[in-house]
Design a protein around this ligand. Structure first.
Ligand code: TYD
Ligand code: MG
Length: 450
């Protein structure tokens, strides 16, 4: 009897090993190895003897052609529409709105689109289409999980865009592995990508995230596609943020903001004030900052809460903010302002569940912690912007004029900015612009004492 060969594959990065390992030597994640059958891979190498090196001076750039979806926020994260012949991966939690978004994208472009659903029936898809008022002659639905059949139908239909919902549920029947395994995901994606490249259509894969927050086999897919989009934000709130984590054809900083409504996702064209609470009176622990998301400034409320820790190690919890960064800020506050934070639990929250890595939010986190810890209310209608250095200095940030303009537009009265940025101000603003050099300078200014 023939022995079935087994290999172990890291579901995070695709690393293969003949025996089970607790920790992946390649990507360092724990407990991610799963057993898979070794399948005979066909030799994909084509005889490419006719391919010759070309002088760089002889290479002509084909005119860049993009399919504009007319969903502005989607076009924006894609870098100005879907690039012809590009491969995209859209990842996110189950139920966050991936299928809804891509149905809407499929509807908006006036070209033949094949929507392959391997998880839902045609009925379920029609119900979603009805909710979102989609009834487009160009949109075809195929409910088959088998890649061989999908390719057959692509040949017949000749679509310009193919959407695969989802990459984890389709399979190549020539492989023995079950759908969702790294081997299947990799091979299915590879096969479809080859097809897309040779036929010239655009391909979008939908991928679910695992509970650790990774797309299953993410590294594998990440390297195979041109663009990776990811749904951010809280499923329980009614808005959705789409961020591009990789984009060969555009910036990776841009986000698209949508609102989930009764009839699908609706763009939020001007998200400037979307991340502020409704009531922006003087509040304890809440400070507004202006962060850049790609080319757009967004005013964001940072909330901080400190409580006394009675026993054990104090908690440090940050939602939407880097925990290591929080530790540094806490250390700076302890050392430079003499705050006894070592016995305090500290919680930080970015309103709206948005993830911030713009260092300009540091100062707001500082002010929030001070406000909550010393029980001082922050004055209303102020914005603080600045990165914090280890000696408590407030460091310069990018795009200062855009940040000031947005704060002014939304009716704030005063903005505190790094002193180093002061010379970059291009015009006279109505909003009060106050330079600060060190966190010590801000404390007396922005709080009311109780
Ligand atoms: P869905 O696109 O199916 O999510 P995913 O493909 O990422 O798993 O959308 C899931 C949720 O969105 C579902 O709970 C219902 C909600 N929804 C609306 O609120 N309005 C709508 O118009 C639609 C189509 C869905
Ligand atoms: Mg879905």
């Amino acid at each position: 009897m023939q022995k079935i060969k087994i290999k172990y594959v890291c579901t995070n990065c695709g690393f293969e090993s003949p025996k089970w390992l607790g920790k992946c030597p390649d990507c360092g994640s724990w407990n991610t190895f799963s057993e898979e059958k070794v399948s005979k891979t066909k030799n994909n190498q084509q005889t490419s003897l006719n391919i010759k090196p070309v002088k760089i001076t002889d290479i002509k750039i084909e005119t860049e052609e993009r399919i504009i979806t007319n969903i502005g926020e989607y076009d924006r994260v894609m870098g100005g529409g879907i690039m012809k012949n590009s491969i995209t991966l859209v990842g996110g939690d189950p139920g966050i709105g991936k299928s809804t978004l891509l149905m809407q994208v499929a509807d908006k472009i006036n070209k033949t689109v094949l929507y392959v659903s391997a998880e839902e029936s045609a009925n379920q898809i029609k119900q979603r289409a009805n909710r979102t008022n989609i009834n487009n002659e160009h949109l075809y639905v195929l409910t088959s999980p088998e890649v061989e059949i999908i390719i057959e139908k692509i040949k017949e239909l000749k679509p310009e865009l193919v959407i695969i919902d989802s990459i984890q549920t389709i399979y190549l029947s020539s492989l023995e592995n079950s759908p969702g395994t790294v081997t299947q995901i990799k091979e299915c994606a590879q096969t479809l990508i080859q097809e897309a490249k040779s036929k010239g259509f655009c391909l979008i894969f939908i991928g679910h995230v695992t509970k650790e927050g990774n797309i299953a086999g993410p590294m594998v897919l990440e390297h195979m596609v041109d663009t990776v989009l990811f749904f951010e934000g809280d499923k329980n709130l009614n808005f959705r943020i789409i961020r591009s984590l990789k984009n060969r054809f555009g910036s990776t900083n841009e986000i698209g903001v949508f609102q989930m409504t009764e009839s699908g996702l609706v763009e939020v064209k001007n998200p400037g004030e979307f991340f502020l609470s409704d009531e922006m009176e003087e509040v304890n622990g809440s400070v507004v900052t202006a962060v850049m998301e790609g080319s757009r400034p967004i005013l964001l409320e940072v909330q901080a809460l400190t409580t006394k820790n009675n026993f054990g190690i104090p908690q440090r919890v940050a939602t939407g903010f880097d925990l290591r960064k929080l530790s540094i800020i806490v250390a700076v506050l302890e050392k430079r302002l003499n705050l006894k934070l070592s016995t305090a639990n500290i919680f930080i929250n970015m309103v709206g569940g948005i993830k911030i890595d713009d260092p300009a939010a540091d100062l707001a986190v500082c002010c929030g912690i001070i406000s909550s810890f010393l029980n001082l209310n922050v004055k209303s209608k102020i914005v603080v912007v600045g990165e914090i250095g280890l000696s408590g200095e407030v460091r310069a940030v990018t795009d200062i004029n855009k940040r000031i303009s947005e704060a002014e537009k939304l009716g704030f009265e005063t903005i505190y900015i790094p002193k180093q940025n002061f010379k970059n101000i291009e015009k006279k603003f109505i909003i009060n612009v106050i330079p600060i050099k060190n966190i010590k300078d801000i404390t007396k200014d922005i709080f009311y004492s109780n």
